[in-house]
Design a protein around this ligand. Structure first.
Ligand code: THU
Length: 136
């Protein structure tokens, strides 16, 4: 499973996006360290703030299925499903990913399978708030 595979799986996950309000469709493909894979999409709601992003959908499904260790995620998105730019994860998703993924966890964003950018989670959320602040 390489980043191109993850990109194509994330693109496939976009098909299930429920984005009736923003029309910005997002798909995510989350790879676990054990090789298992989970797809997610954004799910909007008429009560806008209840919207769930694609990345959080993917990681919540994975955790609910017993997954504990995560390798990488690929996120793709675009208005009306057309990918023209990188779909960078929002702040809320960076925070949620950092709760369950280590600093080396890779975040891929791409516009096509030959144009994929790679980030480390720690670089996307420096100086984060985490459980160490709670004395855990
Ligand atoms: N969205 C995601 O799915 N992931 C992000 O990291 C950023 C935003 C979704 C939420 C909403 O359905 C739409 O994109 C527009 O904000």
């Amino acid at each position: 499973m390489d980043k191109k595979d993850l990109f194509n799986i994330a693109k496939d996950a976009m098909k299930h996006s429920c984005a009736s309000y923003s029309n910005y469709n997002v798909g995510a493909a989350l790879l676990c360290k054990n090789g298992n894979l989970y797809k997610g999409c954004n799910i909007e709601n008429a009560s806008y703030s209840l919207t769930n992003c694609a990345e959080r959908t993917a990681i919540f499904i994975a955790i609910a299925n017993g997954e504990k260790e995560f390798e990488a995620i690929c996120i793709v998105g675009g208005k009306n499903g057309v990918i023209t730019d990188y779909a960078m994860p929002c702040g809320a998703c960076r925070q949620v990913l950092s709760e369950f993924c280590d600093a080396e966890f890779k975040v891929y964003v791409g516009t096509d399978e030959n144009n994929i950018n790679e980030f480390k989670l720690a670089d996307l959320l420096p100086y984060s708030f985490d459980k160490s602040k709670l004395g855990e």
